[in-house]
Design a binder for this molecule. Structure first.
Ligand SMILES: [Zn+2]
Length: 601
């Protein structure tokens, strides 16, 4: 009898092991010898413990008891590893999502044994609510992963989790409404209620099937140990290493690293040496840097042949000899934070500097004797300050439109803030637009809905309108600064572009999303004071450029010298070394030579 039992357990364990391990191998990629045997050894005891626990409990209950536990286990076993495999199989040579399987199996072992033991001491209703709630929470991550995969055709990625961290509640709401609609959100809410109801009902019926159980001592001890150790191991050790939790940890650690920025920044700023230019403006002057959002030069009439004249002001000024339009500029990444943490600091795709140890363009301007002002129509980011907000906060004055509930959050509101700038000192002003961030319809007042119906969501026309509005705001900033702030130089570039008729997708980066606008305005006085810088900028206007080099370009426009300014990286310097062949994008992954203009429209 005992021998038969042991044989039975061994055969079942072997079958479970074979099934799980085969599945693991099939959903992994490029497993070398080491991970293969490591997981091989990990899966053996796991399979035996699972079969033993199942067999002991099954003797005193029925199959019904396991339904909800199997549901949660299979959701973790299947969803992440399969969506991951489908997404990365072609492009990622090695991956292994074993912890999703390990968590699924050990949590199955731990929880089935735990509930079985608890049921002896607690009221059934309490046990049912406890386990149903836990299972409901466990089902949520796989459900979100499935929905994400359904929407984007890819597995949840680090970039997507990062967006989640950086997005405030209002933006999330807007994003969800835009992508799922009220109907979709209602359907999801109803589905969640049904799932919870199903869990309660099934668990209630299942616990009834537990027969009056008097287990022998050995089995009782085994189940108790399994309940405690497997639950502890699965939630304490395996769960934090599952795919989705690894993503969250990475993003969390990333932001922790960003916190260090504050720590290093004081010292970095103190140590920074900046040599001011030999000549300066006859009276206090202003230099303005405008950061656009999601503006693609492919859709801007000043840069490209477009159907609609989306940028009439800039197109007109392109004939003005004070304006220099750069025709071959690119983003370093189609992600606001990643692009701007490079654009605004020494860190770029071509050096290995850390963001938190890099000098910023605000530091340079301050040391060059400018009063610095940061005016932003972007989010401040609730609890986790994004790197951009951190840089902004180092300015002498920093304001965000969303910090004042009375300010309408159109970029035009920044003009009102600009009017508060004191013109009796040298000013360096950064304006951060919301530009053409989706949802495009929300980015401009109704009177700027030049194309299409303002009530109807037509992505390309709405996008054109947002560019048209940005063009207007830029013209107003230029006019005001010229008339009131002794404007000496104004630079505009975008963090990245976008493809307006696609669903927002964090990972697919065609070059339309990477081609950005860049222009420089120089006053007549500036041109006379700094003829070499002026000449260089004009000569370089058709050269290739990536926006992680904005920092160096601004150092050049400020005409400073510093050990923290490398002239060979500055398009404002005759020493500029980069070419189309040596520049890269997607954080160094893609050469600019891969941009084949003709294939993209
Ligand atoms: Zn952006």
């Amino acid at each position: 009898m005992k021998l038969k039992f042991t044989k039975n357990i061994m055969i079942k364990s072997l079958l479970l092991f074979a099934a799980l391990f085969l599945y693991y191998v099939l959903t992994s990629n490029g497993l070398g010898n080491k991970p293969y045997w490591l997981q091989f050894r990990r899966f053996i005891p796991m399979s035996i413990i699972a079969v033993l626990t199942f067999t002991f409990i099954k003797e005193k209950s029925s199959l019904k008891y396991f339904i909800t536990f199997l549901l949660t286990a299979f959701s973790w076993i299947l969803v992440y590893p399969i969506t991951y495999k489908l997404t990365y199989n072609a492009n990622m040579p090695f991956f292994s999502n074993h912890f999703d399987i390990v968590f699924a199996v050990y949590s199955f072992v731990g929880l089935t044994a735990l509930v079985f033991c608890l049921n002896k001491f607690l009221k059934p209703s309490i046990t049912v609510i406890f386990i149903s709630l836990l299972q409901f929470l466990m089902l949520l991550p796989p459900l979100v992963e499935l929905l994400y995969f359904y929407s984007y055709g890819t597995c949840v990625s680090e970039t997507a989790v990062m967006l989640l961290f950086q997005t405030n509640f209002a933006e999330s709401k807007e994003f969800l409404l835009q992508n799922l609609g009220v109907g979709g959100l209602t359907a999801i809410a109803v589905a969640l209620i049904i799932i919870f109801y199903f869990l309660i009902k099934t668990n209630k019926a299942a616990l009834v099937t537990i027969f009056d159980y008097n287990l022998n001592k050995k089995v009782s001890v085994f189940l108790l140990v399994a309940a405690i150790s497997a639950t502890g191991y699965s939630f304490g050790n395996a769960f934090p290493q599952t795919g989705i939790m690894t993503l969250f940890n990475n993003v969390h650690n990333y932001f922790a690293a960003v916190d260090k920025f504050k720590e290093y920044h004081v010292q970095n700023y103190e140590n920074l040496y900046v040599e001011k230019p030999a000549v300066s403006f006859s009276k206090p002057g202003t230099i303005i840097l405008v950061i656009g959002e999601s503006a693609s030069r492919t859709f801007m009439s000043a840069f490209s042949p477009t159907k609609n004249n989306t940028t009439p002001w800039l197109k007109n000024e392109s004939n003005n000899s004070n304006f220099i339009l750069f025709s071959n500029s690119y983003a370093s990444k189609t992600n606001t934070v990643k692009a701007l943490e490079r654009a605004l600091t020494e860190k770029n795709q071509y050096n290995d500097k850390e963001f938190n140890q890099s000098v910023t363009i605000i530091d340079i301007a301050k040391k060059a004797g400018y009063y610095t002002t940061w005016l932003s129509n972007q989010g401040t980011i609730d609890s986790s300050d994004t790197p951009i907000t951190l840089v902004g906060r180092t300015a002498d004055t920093a304001k965000w439109t969303n910090e004042d509930p009375t300010t309408v959050q159109y970029d035009g509101s920044l003009l009102e803030y600009l009017k508060e700038v004191d013109n009796t000192r040298n000013n360096f002003i950064v304006l951060h637009f919301m530009g053409s961030h989706d949802n495009y319809q929300n980015r401009y007042p109704v009177e700027f809905a030049k194309w299409g119906n303002p009530e109807i969501n037509e992505p390309i026309l709405n996008y054109d309108n947002s560019l048209y509005y940005s063009d207007y705001v830029l013209s107003e900033i230029y006019r005001y600064a010229k008339d009131n702030l002794n404007l000496q130089a104004m630079v505009y570039f975008s963090d990245h572009g976008t493809v307006p008729d696609w669903k927002r997708h964090p990972d697919k980066n065609p070059f339309t999303s990477l081609r950005i606008p860049l222009f420089v305005y120089l006053s007549d006085e500036y041109k006379n004071l700094y003829p070499d810088t002026t000449k260089t900028l004009i000569e370089n206007k058709n050269k290739y450029f990536t926006n992680d080099l904005i920092y160096d370009m601004m150092c050049g426009i400020l005409n400073i010298k510093s050990p923290n300014y490398d002239e060979t990286q500055s398009i404002a310097s005759p020493k500029y070394k980069f070419t189309r062949e040596t520049l890269r994008t997607n954080l160094g992954e893609t050469p600019l030579t891969a941009d084949n203009e003709t294939s993209l429209h």
